[in-house]
Ligand binder design. Structure first.
Ligand code: HEC
Ligand code: HEC
Ligand code: HEC
Ligand code: HEC
Ligand code: HEC
Length: 221
Protein backbone atom coordinates (compact mmCIF):
# COMPACT_ATOMS: atom_id res chain seq x y z
CA UNK A 1 0.00 0.00 0.00
CA UNK A 2 2.98 2.34 -0.44
CA UNK A 3 1.71 4.06 -3.61
CA UNK A 4 -1.82 5.38 -3.31
CA UNK A 5 -1.13 8.11 -5.82
CA UNK A 6 0.45 7.26 -9.17
CA UNK A 7 4.00 8.54 -9.50
CA UNK A 8 3.23 11.37 -12.01
CA UNK A 9 1.01 13.20 -9.55
CA UNK A 10 4.05 14.07 -7.46
CA UNK A 11 5.32 16.45 -10.13
CA UNK A 12 1.88 17.87 -10.86
CA UNK A 13 2.02 20.86 -8.46
CA UNK A 14 5.36 21.92 -9.90
CA UNK A 15 3.95 21.76 -13.44
CA UNK A 16 0.98 23.80 -12.34
CA UNK A 17 3.22 26.45 -10.83
CA UNK A 18 5.37 26.61 -13.96
CA UNK A 19 2.36 26.77 -16.28
CA UNK A 20 0.70 29.37 -14.07
CA UNK A 21 3.84 31.45 -14.13
CA UNK A 22 4.07 31.35 -17.91
CA UNK A 23 0.39 32.22 -18.30
CA UNK A 24 0.67 35.06 -15.80
CA UNK A 25 3.68 36.37 -17.67
CA UNK A 26 1.79 36.29 -20.95
CA UNK A 27 -1.12 38.18 -19.44
CA UNK A 28 1.22 40.87 -18.10
CA UNK A 29 2.92 41.11 -21.50
CA UNK A 30 -0.44 41.47 -23.20
CA UNK A 31 -1.60 44.17 -20.82
CA UNK A 32 1.67 46.09 -21.16
CA UNK A 33 1.46 45.90 -24.94
CA UNK A 34 -2.14 47.07 -24.85
CA UNK A 35 -1.30 50.16 -22.85
CA UNK A 36 1.92 51.14 -24.61
CA UNK A 37 1.84 54.15 -26.92
CA UNK A 38 2.67 51.95 -29.89
CA UNK A 39 -0.62 50.13 -29.57
CA UNK A 40 -2.48 53.38 -29.10
CA UNK A 41 -0.77 54.90 -32.14
CA UNK A 42 0.74 57.94 -30.40
CA UNK A 43 3.25 59.34 -32.89
CA UNK A 44 1.45 57.95 -35.94
CA UNK A 45 2.39 60.31 -38.76
CA UNK A 46 1.50 59.00 -42.20
CA UNK A 47 2.87 60.52 -45.38
CA UNK A 48 0.18 62.73 -46.90
CA UNK A 49 -0.47 63.22 -50.64
CA UNK A 50 0.53 66.90 -50.20
CA UNK A 51 3.04 67.95 -47.51
CA UNK A 52 0.54 70.31 -45.86
CA UNK A 53 2.17 72.40 -43.14
CA UNK A 54 -0.04 73.48 -40.20
CA UNK A 55 2.65 75.60 -38.59
CA UNK A 56 2.93 77.69 -41.80
CA UNK A 57 -0.81 78.10 -42.37
CA UNK A 58 -1.91 78.51 -38.73
CA UNK A 59 1.02 80.11 -36.98
CA UNK A 60 2.57 82.23 -39.70
CA UNK A 61 -0.47 83.04 -41.83
CA UNK A 62 -2.90 83.16 -38.87
CA UNK A 63 -5.68 81.03 -40.39
CA UNK A 64 -8.12 79.76 -37.71
CA UNK A 65 -8.68 76.00 -37.39
CA UNK A 66 -12.37 76.45 -38.20
CA UNK A 67 -11.64 77.99 -41.60
CA UNK A 68 -10.57 74.53 -42.74
CA UNK A 69 -12.21 72.24 -40.16
CA UNK A 70 -15.60 73.84 -40.52
CA UNK A 71 -17.85 71.29 -38.89
CA UNK A 72 -15.89 70.90 -35.66
CA UNK A 73 -18.21 73.14 -33.61
CA UNK A 74 -21.47 71.98 -35.06
CA UNK A 75 -21.30 68.28 -35.69
CA UNK A 76 -20.08 64.99 -34.31
CA UNK A 77 -17.32 64.83 -36.89
CA UNK A 78 -14.62 67.28 -37.64
CA UNK A 79 -13.84 67.29 -41.34
CA UNK A 80 -10.84 67.80 -43.54
CA UNK A 81 -11.05 70.76 -45.93
CA UNK A 82 -12.37 70.51 -49.46
CA UNK A 83 -10.20 71.15 -52.48
CA UNK A 84 -12.11 74.38 -52.96
CA UNK A 85 -11.01 75.68 -49.54
CA UNK A 86 -7.36 75.34 -50.55
CA UNK A 87 -7.99 76.75 -54.02
CA UNK A 88 -9.40 79.97 -52.54
CA UNK A 89 -5.75 80.89 -52.11
CA UNK A 90 -3.83 78.47 -54.25
CA UNK A 91 -5.50 79.38 -57.51
CA UNK A 92 -3.29 82.47 -57.12
CA UNK A 93 -0.62 81.78 -54.48
CA UNK A 94 2.10 79.27 -55.47
CA UNK A 95 -0.17 78.20 -58.26
CA UNK A 96 2.55 76.32 -60.10
CA UNK A 97 4.09 74.63 -57.08
CA UNK A 98 4.88 70.98 -57.82
CA UNK A 99 3.81 70.15 -54.24
CA UNK A 100 0.29 71.25 -55.12
CA UNK A 101 -0.01 69.06 -58.20
CA UNK A 102 -2.50 66.58 -56.58
CA UNK A 103 -4.65 69.58 -55.58
CA UNK A 104 -4.72 71.00 -59.10
CA UNK A 105 -5.44 67.56 -60.52
CA UNK A 106 -8.48 67.13 -58.22
CA UNK A 107 -9.62 70.68 -58.95
CA UNK A 108 -9.34 70.08 -62.70
CA UNK A 109 -9.61 73.69 -63.75
CA UNK A 110 -12.59 74.40 -61.49
CA UNK A 111 -14.70 71.39 -62.46
CA UNK A 112 -13.57 69.55 -59.28
CA UNK A 113 -13.96 66.17 -60.95
CA UNK A 114 -10.31 65.07 -61.12
CA UNK A 115 -8.77 62.18 -59.17
CA UNK A 116 -9.84 62.67 -55.51
CA UNK A 117 -7.35 64.11 -53.06
CA UNK A 118 -7.29 61.54 -50.26
CA UNK A 119 -5.76 62.69 -46.98
CA UNK A 120 -4.68 59.79 -44.81
CA UNK A 121 -6.83 59.67 -41.68
CA UNK A 122 -4.81 59.89 -38.45
CA UNK A 123 -7.23 60.04 -35.49
CA UNK A 124 -9.97 57.47 -35.32
CA UNK A 125 -12.03 55.87 -32.57
CA UNK A 126 -13.58 52.48 -33.35
CA UNK A 127 -17.20 52.37 -34.52
CA UNK A 128 -18.44 50.86 -31.27
CA UNK A 129 -17.48 54.01 -29.35
CA UNK A 130 -19.36 57.27 -29.81
CA UNK A 131 -17.46 60.56 -29.95
CA UNK A 132 -18.80 64.02 -30.71
CA UNK A 133 -16.55 67.00 -31.48
CA UNK A 134 -19.14 69.72 -31.00
CA UNK A 135 -20.02 68.51 -27.47
CA UNK A 136 -16.38 68.91 -26.45
CA UNK A 137 -15.43 72.05 -28.30
CA UNK A 138 -18.56 73.88 -27.11
CA UNK A 139 -17.80 72.91 -23.50
CA UNK A 140 -14.44 74.63 -23.74
CA UNK A 141 -12.10 71.68 -24.39
CA UNK A 142 -9.38 72.92 -26.73
CA UNK A 143 -8.06 71.07 -29.77
CA UNK A 144 -4.64 71.17 -28.11
CA UNK A 145 -5.77 68.88 -25.27
CA UNK A 146 -6.64 66.05 -27.64
CA UNK A 147 -4.43 66.74 -30.65
CA UNK A 148 -1.35 68.48 -29.23
CA UNK A 149 0.21 71.66 -30.61
CA UNK A 150 -0.95 71.17 -34.18
CA UNK A 151 -0.23 74.86 -34.80
CA UNK A 152 3.49 74.08 -34.44
CA UNK A 153 3.48 70.82 -36.37
CA UNK A 154 4.84 70.53 -39.88
CA UNK A 155 3.11 67.23 -40.51
CA UNK A 156 0.39 66.19 -38.04
CA UNK A 157 1.18 63.24 -35.76
CA UNK A 158 -1.16 61.62 -33.27
CA UNK A 159 -0.41 63.13 -29.87
CA UNK A 160 -2.75 61.36 -27.42
CA UNK A 161 -3.68 57.65 -27.08
CA UNK A 162 -7.46 58.17 -27.46
CA UNK A 163 -8.02 54.96 -25.52
CA UNK A 164 -10.99 54.43 -23.21
CA UNK A 165 -8.78 55.13 -20.19
CA UNK A 166 -7.73 58.40 -21.74
CA UNK A 167 -11.33 59.50 -22.33
CA UNK A 168 -12.29 58.56 -18.77
CA UNK A 169 -9.30 60.28 -17.14
CA UNK A 170 -10.59 63.59 -18.39
CA UNK A 171 -14.24 62.78 -17.76
CA UNK A 172 -13.37 62.19 -14.09
CA UNK A 173 -11.24 65.34 -13.69
CA UNK A 174 -12.05 67.81 -16.45
CA UNK A 175 -11.13 71.03 -14.62
CA UNK A 176 -7.64 71.77 -16.00
CA UNK A 177 -8.93 71.04 -19.52
CA UNK A 178 -11.79 73.54 -19.59
CA UNK A 179 -11.08 77.04 -20.90
CA UNK A 180 -13.24 79.94 -22.13
CA UNK A 181 -15.00 78.87 -25.33
CA UNK A 182 -13.52 81.65 -27.43
CA UNK A 183 -10.00 80.30 -26.66
CA UNK A 184 -10.63 76.78 -27.89
CA UNK A 185 -8.79 77.28 -31.20
CA UNK A 186 -6.14 79.50 -29.61
CA UNK A 187 -3.79 76.61 -28.94
CA UNK A 188 -1.12 78.70 -27.22
CA UNK A 189 -3.61 80.29 -24.79
CA UNK A 190 -2.39 80.67 -21.21
CA UNK A 191 -4.30 81.93 -18.17
CA UNK A 192 -3.40 85.46 -17.07
CA UNK A 193 -0.66 85.46 -14.44
CA UNK A 194 -2.01 84.78 -10.99
CA UNK A 195 -4.76 82.51 -12.31
CA UNK A 196 -4.49 78.75 -12.73
CA UNK A 197 -6.06 76.51 -15.36
CA UNK A 198 -7.73 74.50 -12.63
CA UNK A 199 -9.40 77.50 -10.98
CA UNK A 200 -10.64 78.90 -14.31
CA UNK A 201 -11.88 75.43 -15.27
CA UNK A 202 -13.64 74.85 -11.95
CA UNK A 203 -15.50 78.12 -12.30
CA UNK A 204 -16.62 77.38 -15.87
CA UNK A 205 -17.71 73.88 -14.85
CA UNK A 206 -19.95 75.38 -12.18
CA UNK A 207 -21.34 78.12 -14.42
CA UNK A 208 -22.09 75.82 -17.34
CA UNK A 209 -22.98 72.76 -15.24
CA UNK A 210 -20.46 70.65 -17.15
CA UNK A 211 -20.65 67.00 -16.13
CA UNK A 212 -18.93 64.55 -18.51
CA UNK A 213 -20.60 61.13 -18.48
CA UNK A 214 -18.90 58.02 -17.08
CA UNK A 215 -21.66 55.45 -17.68
CA UNK A 216 -20.95 52.84 -20.34
CA UNK A 217 -24.04 53.73 -22.35
CA UNK A 218 -22.89 57.30 -23.00
CA UNK A 219 -20.03 56.13 -25.22
CA UNK A 220 -21.27 52.65 -26.19
CA UNK A 221 -24.76 53.06 -27.63
C1 HEC B 1 -5.54 75.88 -44.30
C2 HEC B 1 -6.28 74.75 -43.82
C3 HEC B 1 -6.10 74.21 -42.43
C4 HEC B 1 -6.07 74.90 -41.23
C5 HEC B 1 -6.16 76.41 -41.02
C6 HEC B 1 -6.00 73.91 -40.19
N1 HEC B 1 -5.94 72.66 -40.74
FE1 HEC B 1 -5.87 70.91 -39.71
N2 HEC B 1 -5.75 69.87 -41.48
C7 HEC B 1 -5.78 70.43 -42.74
C8 HEC B 1 -5.57 69.38 -43.73
C9 HEC B 1 -5.50 69.58 -45.24
C10 HEC B 1 -5.43 68.17 -43.02
C11 HEC B 1 -5.18 66.77 -43.60
C12 HEC B 1 -3.73 66.57 -43.88
C13 HEC B 1 -2.88 66.50 -42.63
O1 HEC B 1 -3.12 65.62 -41.78
O2 HEC B 1 -1.97 67.34 -42.48
C14 HEC B 1 -5.54 68.51 -41.61
C15 HEC B 1 -5.44 67.60 -40.58
C16 HEC B 1 -5.64 67.90 -39.23
C17 HEC B 1 -5.66 66.92 -38.17
C18 HEC B 1 -5.48 65.42 -38.32
C19 HEC B 1 -6.75 64.82 -38.88
C20 HEC B 1 -6.77 63.30 -38.84
O3 HEC B 1 -6.73 62.67 -39.90
O4 HEC B 1 -6.81 62.75 -37.75
C21 HEC B 1 -5.87 67.60 -36.99
C22 HEC B 1 -5.98 67.01 -35.62
C23 HEC B 1 -5.95 69.00 -37.34
N3 HEC B 1 -5.82 69.14 -38.69
C24 HEC B 1 -6.13 70.00 -36.42
C25 HEC B 1 -6.08 71.36 -36.72
C26 HEC B 1 -6.08 72.40 -35.72
C27 HEC B 1 -6.16 72.17 -34.22
C28 HEC B 1 -6.03 73.59 -36.38
C29 HEC B 1 -5.97 74.98 -35.79
C30 HEC B 1 -4.89 75.21 -34.83
C31 HEC B 1 -5.99 73.28 -37.81
N4 HEC B 1 -6.01 71.92 -37.96
C32 HEC B 1 -5.95 74.22 -38.84
C33 HEC B 1 -5.99 71.76 -43.03
C34 HEC B 1 -6.02 72.79 -42.09
C1 HEC C 1 -5.69 81.82 -46.78
C2 HEC C 1 -4.85 81.37 -47.86
C3 HEC C 1 -4.42 79.92 -47.92
C4 HEC C 1 -5.21 78.79 -47.85
C5 HEC C 1 -6.71 78.70 -47.62
C6 HEC C 1 -4.32 77.66 -48.05
N1 HEC C 1 -3.03 78.10 -48.23
FE1 HEC C 1 -1.41 76.94 -48.59
N2 HEC C 1 -0.21 78.57 -48.59
C7 HEC C 1 -0.66 79.87 -48.43
C8 HEC C 1 0.51 80.77 -48.45
C9 HEC C 1 0.46 82.30 -48.31
C10 HEC C 1 1.63 79.95 -48.60
C11 HEC C 1 3.09 80.36 -48.59
C12 HEC C 1 3.51 80.82 -49.94
C13 HEC C 1 4.98 81.22 -49.92
O1 HEC C 1 5.80 80.52 -49.30
O2 HEC C 1 5.28 82.24 -50.55
C14 HEC C 1 1.14 78.58 -48.71
C15 HEC C 1 1.96 77.48 -48.94
C16 HEC C 1 1.49 76.20 -49.17
C17 HEC C 1 2.32 75.09 -49.57
C18 HEC C 1 3.80 75.12 -49.87
C19 HEC C 1 3.95 75.33 -51.35
C20 HEC C 1 5.40 75.38 -51.79
O3 HEC C 1 5.65 75.15 -52.97
O4 HEC C 1 6.27 75.67 -50.96
C21 HEC C 1 1.50 73.97 -49.65
C22 HEC C 1 1.91 72.56 -50.02
C23 HEC C 1 0.17 74.42 -49.30
N3 HEC C 1 0.21 75.78 -49.02
C24 HEC C 1 -0.94 73.59 -49.29
C25 HEC C 1 -2.23 74.02 -48.96
C26 HEC C 1 -3.38 73.15 -48.90
C27 HEC C 1 -3.37 71.67 -49.19
C28 HEC C 1 -4.44 73.91 -48.54
C29 HEC C 1 -5.87 73.46 -48.27
C30 HEC C 1 -5.99 72.48 -47.21
C31 HEC C 1 -3.96 75.27 -48.39
N4 HEC C 1 -2.61 75.29 -48.63
C32 HEC C 1 -4.74 76.34 -48.06
C33 HEC C 1 -1.96 80.29 -48.31
C34 HEC C 1 -3.04 79.46 -48.16
C1 HEC D 1 -11.98 65.80 -26.43
C2 HEC D 1 -11.01 65.52 -27.42
C3 HEC D 1 -10.99 66.28 -28.73
C4 HEC D 1 -11.05 67.65 -28.94
C5 HEC D 1 -11.24 68.74 -27.91
C6 HEC D 1 -10.89 67.85 -30.36
N1 HEC D 1 -10.76 66.64 -30.99
FE1 HEC D 1 -10.51 66.35 -32.98
N2 HEC D 1 -10.62 64.31 -32.72
C7 HEC D 1 -10.79 63.70 -31.49
C8 HEC D 1 -11.05 62.29 -31.70
C9 HEC D 1 -11.30 61.25 -30.60
C10 HEC D 1 -11.02 62.07 -33.11
C11 HEC D 1 -11.33 60.79 -33.85
C12 HEC D 1 -12.83 60.83 -34.06
C13 HEC D 1 -13.48 59.70 -34.77
O1 HEC D 1 -12.85 58.72 -35.16
O2 HEC D 1 -14.72 59.81 -34.95
C14 HEC D 1 -10.73 63.38 -33.71
C15 HEC D 1 -10.61 63.62 -35.09
C16 HEC D 1 -10.32 64.86 -35.65
C17 HEC D 1 -10.09 65.11 -37.07
C18 HEC D 1 -10.12 64.06 -38.17
C19 HEC D 1 -11.53 63.99 -38.71
C20 HEC D 1 -11.68 63.29 -40.02
O3 HEC D 1 -12.85 63.15 -40.43
O4 HEC D 1 -10.69 62.88 -40.65
C21 HEC D 1 -9.85 66.46 -37.22
C22 HEC D 1 -9.57 67.21 -38.51
C23 HEC D 1 -9.94 67.05 -35.90
N3 HEC D 1 -10.22 66.05 -34.97
C24 HEC D 1 -9.77 68.40 -35.64
C25 HEC D 1 -10.04 69.02 -34.42
C26 HEC D 1 -10.04 70.47 -34.21
C27 HEC D 1 -9.74 71.52 -35.25
C28 HEC D 1 -10.35 70.66 -32.89
C29 HEC D 1 -10.53 71.98 -32.14
C30 HEC D 1 -11.46 72.96 -32.71
C31 HEC D 1 -10.55 69.34 -32.28
N4 HEC D 1 -10.35 68.37 -33.25
C32 HEC D 1 -10.87 69.12 -30.96
C33 HEC D 1 -10.72 64.30 -30.26
C34 HEC D 1 -10.82 65.66 -30.03
C1 HEC E 1 -9.91 66.63 -22.08
C2 HEC E 1 -11.20 66.21 -21.60
C3 HEC E 1 -12.00 65.19 -22.35
C4 HEC E 1 -11.54 64.12 -23.08
C5 HEC E 1 -10.11 63.71 -23.36
C6 HEC E 1 -12.72 63.44 -23.56
N1 HEC E 1 -13.85 64.08 -23.13
FE1 HEC E 1 -15.79 63.54 -23.53
N2 HEC E 1 -16.45 65.18 -22.55
C7 HEC E 1 -15.66 66.12 -21.93
C8 HEC E 1 -16.48 67.25 -21.52
C9 HEC E 1 -16.01 68.50 -20.80
C10 HEC E 1 -17.80 66.94 -21.92
C11 HEC E 1 -19.05 67.83 -21.78
C12 HEC E 1 -19.86 67.47 -20.59
C13 HEC E 1 -21.05 68.42 -20.41
O1 HEC E 1 -21.22 69.33 -21.22
O2 HEC E 1 -21.76 68.24 -19.44
C14 HEC E 1 -17.76 65.62 -22.53
C15 HEC E 1 -18.88 64.95 -23.02
C16 HEC E 1 -18.84 63.71 -23.63
C17 HEC E 1 -20.02 62.96 -24.03
C18 HEC E 1 -21.48 63.39 -23.81
C19 HEC E 1 -21.91 64.36 -24.84
C20 HEC E 1 -22.40 63.66 -26.04
O3 HEC E 1 -21.91 63.95 -27.13
O4 HEC E 1 -23.26 62.78 -25.91
C21 HEC E 1 -19.56 61.81 -24.62
C22 HEC E 1 -20.40 60.69 -25.22
C23 HEC E 1 -18.11 61.85 -24.59
N3 HEC E 1 -17.71 63.01 -23.97
C24 HEC E 1 -17.28 60.86 -25.12
C25 HEC E 1 -15.89 60.93 -25.11
C26 HEC E 1 -15.03 59.93 -25.72
C27 HEC E 1 -15.50 58.69 -26.45
C28 HEC E 1 -13.75 60.34 -25.51
C29 HEC E 1 -12.46 59.66 -25.92
C30 HEC E 1 -12.32 59.27 -27.31
C31 HEC E 1 -13.80 61.58 -24.76
N4 HEC E 1 -15.11 61.90 -24.55
C32 HEC E 1 -12.68 62.30 -24.36
C33 HEC E 1 -14.31 66.07 -21.76
C34 HEC E 1 -13.45 65.15 -22.38
C1 HEC F 1 -16.03 58.35 -22.07
C2 HEC F 1 -16.35 57.32 -23.01
C3 HEC F 1 -16.39 55.87 -22.57
C4 HEC F 1 -17.06 55.34 -21.50
C5 HEC F 1 -17.87 56.09 -20.42
C6 HEC F 1 -16.87 53.90 -21.56
N1 HEC F 1 -16.12 53.59 -22.67
FE1 HEC F 1 -15.57 51.71 -23.25
N2 HEC F 1 -14.44 52.50 -24.78
C7 HEC F 1 -14.39 53.84 -25.10
C8 HEC F 1 -13.49 54.01 -26.23
C9 HEC F 1 -13.13 55.31 -26.91
C10 HEC F 1 -13.04 52.71 -26.58
C11 HEC F 1 -12.07 52.35 -27.71
C12 HEC F 1 -10.67 52.44 -27.19
C13 HEC F 1 -9.60 52.12 -28.20
O1 HEC F 1 -9.72 52.46 -29.36
O2 HEC F 1 -8.60 51.53 -27.77
C14 HEC F 1 -13.67 51.78 -25.65
C15 HEC F 1 -13.46 50.40 -25.66
C16 HEC F 1 -14.19 49.50 -24.88
C17 HEC F 1 -14.11 48.07 -25.00
C18 HEC F 1 -13.27 47.29 -25.99
C19 HEC F 1 -11.90 47.11 -25.43
C20 HEC F 1 -11.00 46.59 -26.48
O3 HEC F 1 -10.48 45.51 -26.31
O4 HEC F 1 -10.79 47.30 -27.48
C21 HEC F 1 -14.97 47.53 -24.06
C22 HEC F 1 -15.24 46.06 -23.81
C23 HEC F 1 -15.55 48.66 -23.34
N3 HEC F 1 -15.06 49.83 -23.88
C24 HEC F 1 -16.46 48.53 -22.30
C25 HEC F 1 -16.93 49.59 -21.52
C26 HEC F 1 -17.73 49.43 -20.30
C27 HEC F 1 -18.19 48.10 -19.73
C28 HEC F 1 -17.97 50.69 -19.82
C29 HEC F 1 -18.71 51.10 -18.54
C30 HEC F 1 -18.07 50.64 -17.31
C31 HEC F 1 -17.33 51.63 -20.76
N4 HEC F 1 -16.72 50.91 -21.76
C32 HEC F 1 -17.39 53.01 -20.62
C33 HEC F 1 -15.05 54.86 -24.45
C34 HEC F 1 -15.80 54.76 -23.30
Amino acid sequence: MANIFPKWTVTLPIKLIVCGGVLGGLVILGVTYYFTPKYSRVGYQPIQPIPFDHSLHVNQLGIDCRYCHQSVEVSANSSVPSVQTCMTCHSQIKKDSPKLEPLRAAWNGGKGDGPALRWVRIHEVPDFAYFNHAAHVNSGVSCVTCHGNVNHMGAVAQNQPQSMGWCLDCHRHPDVNIRPKDKVTDLDWKPASGESRASIGEQLIKEQKIDPPQNCGACHR
